[in-house]
Design a protein around this ligand. Sequence first.
Ligand code: CA
Ligand code: CA
Ligand code: CA
Ligand code: CA
Length: 588
Amino acid sequence: MTKIHLLTVGLIVAASLSLILPMQVWAGVTNKDELRVLVKLRDWKGETAGWQKGVLGAREVRLISRRKPRDYVAAGKRKIAGDLRRWRVVTVPSGELSSVLEELKKDKIVTEVRVEQIYREAMVPNDPYFNQQYGLLNTSQSQADINAVLAWDKTTGLASTVIAIVDGGVDLTHEDLQHKIWLNSREAQGNGKDDDGNGFVDDVAGWDFVENKPAGYANTHATHVAGIAAAEGNNGIGVAGVDWQARVMSVRVLNRYGLGREADIAAGIDYATANGAKVINLSIAGGRSQIIEEAIENAYAAGVVVVAAAGNQGGDTGLLNLAPVCSEPVGINMVLGVGAIDEDGEPASFSNFGRCVDIAAPGKRIISTVLGNRYRSMSGTSMSAPLAAGVAGLYLASHPGAGPMEVIAAIKNGGLFTGEKASLWNERYKGYLDAAKVLGVAGVETPMVSPVPTSVPGVSGGVFKLGLIRQGALETAPGNEVNYQVRVENMGMGVASGVIIKDSFDRDLRLVAEKSSGSCRVSRRDVICEMGELAGGESRQIDLVYQVDALARCRARIINRAEVYAQEQGLSRRQAVSERTETRVICK
Ligand SMILES: [Ca+2]
Ligand SMILES: [Ca+2]
Ligand SMILES: [Ca+2]
Ligand SMILES: [Ca+2]
C-alpha cells in the first residue's frame, strides 16, 4: 500500500517537472512568461463545434495547417497523410497552465493535450575558422569527401528544385546566396495581402513561424546550412554548395538562441510541403513528436524528400528516440538520417549513430556562408545533413519525378561501407555519402562489393502493396564472397500474411551464410524464407552471403533473382513481386 502510494507521488512529481521544464528553457532565453499547449481534437471541425469559445474564452489559438489530408497525396502515391487540421496551439500565461490543461482534458472534443516540446539546432559551435571545403573534395590521403566534383560532371542541379531550409532563417542577401533564394512569384511584396491565398500574407521568400511574419530574420546556423546545400557554385565568390542551381526556401522555426517549438517545426515542414519544396532540410534535434511525424508523413506523401541531422549526443539515435531523425512511425524510411564523419573519414565523436542514421557525411569544420557576406567553419550533424540535401537536389535534377522512396534508397545505397570496417560501420552509420555513386557517374572506382540499388514499386493489390529492394554486388572475382540483401516492405495499410521471400541463386554461387528474422530453408538453388505477417508499413530483410565458384568463367554473368509472395489477410489471391540482379565476374 505504502509502496503504491509513493510510486503515485513520484509519477505526479515527474509529470509536473516535464510540464514545467520546457517552459523554463524557453522563458530563460526569450523572457516570455507564456507558454504554449498543443491540443489535438477528435476531428478537424472542432473549432466550428464551439469548443474554443466554451473552453478557452479569449485565449490565442493557432491552427497548424488548413490543408486536407488529400491535398498532400500526389497522383499514384499511397495515402498516409496525417490531418494537421486537428491540431491547435493555445498560448497560455504560465500561471494558468495547470487550470487550462485541466479544462482541456475534460473536453470530449480534445483527444490529446500537453505542453509543447522545444527543439534545438544540431550544431557543435566552434571558433570562427576558415578552411577548405574538404567535404566536397578531399585531396588528403583519406579522401573523405562526397565526390561532388565527379557528380558535377553529370549535373550541377536545376533551378526548378526547391530546397527548404527549415531552421533559424537564411540570410536572403548574402552575396553567395542572394541569387539562389526561392521567390514566391504569385505573392506581391508588402501590399498587406495574401495574393496567392496560401494563408500567409506577403510571403515572397518564405515564412518566419517564430515571429509570424514573412521570412527576413536570419541567423548564422540556417545561413551556414543553406550555403552547404546550395550556395551559388562557380560564381567566383565564397563557397560552392552541393547543388549549384536549386533555390533555397527560408522557413524559420528556430529562435535567436537556436531553439524551436514543436508546432512551429510542424507548421514549417507543412509550409515547405505546401509551397513547392522538393527537399526539406532539418538540421535540428529533439524528442519524438506526433505532430512533427504527421507533418513529415504529409511531406512524404506529397513527394518531398525529408533530410534530418542525426543529432550530436554521440549516442544511439534509436535509444535516444530523437525527432525528426527517427520520425518514421509506420516503419517506412521517410527521413534520410545523416550522421557526421571527419576529415579522415572517421566517425565524428559527437555524431549520433544507429538505427535512424541512413548515411554519414562530413560534418566537422565545414566552411560555409554566414551573416554579413562572411564564411566560416562550423561542426555538427547540422552540417552533414545539408550535404545530403544537396545530393538529393542533384539526384532529382537527373531523375525528374523521382519520389522520396527512390531518392532515399539511391543515396543510402550509393554509400555502403566496404572492406574491413564494413560490419561495424554499416551498422552504425550505413555508409559515406557519395554524390558520384548516387548519380551513377562513370569513372568512379568500382569496389568489389558495390551495391546496386534496384527498387521495384510493387504490384497493386486491394489495400496492400509489396515493395522489394535488392542489393548486391556489381562485380566480383572467382572465389570471392558476394552479399545480397533482400528487403520486402508492405507499402499499404492492410496486413500481408504468409510472406515468403525466395532468392534463387546462380549455379556459380554457393550459399555461405544467411541471416533473417524468418525461418529459411535451402532447396536446390533457392533460399526460401517464411517471414510471417507484415503489418502495413512494416518491412523485413534477409541477408545472404554467397561464394563465387573458384572456377567461374571470367566475364560470366551471375544472375540472382529475388521474389516475394504474400496475400492480403482474409483474401485468397496471392501477390508476387520479383527483382533480378546481375553480377559480372571479373578476373584480374
Ligand atoms: Ca501568401
Ligand atoms: Ca502580398
Ligand atoms: Ca560561390
Ligand atoms: Ca531514415
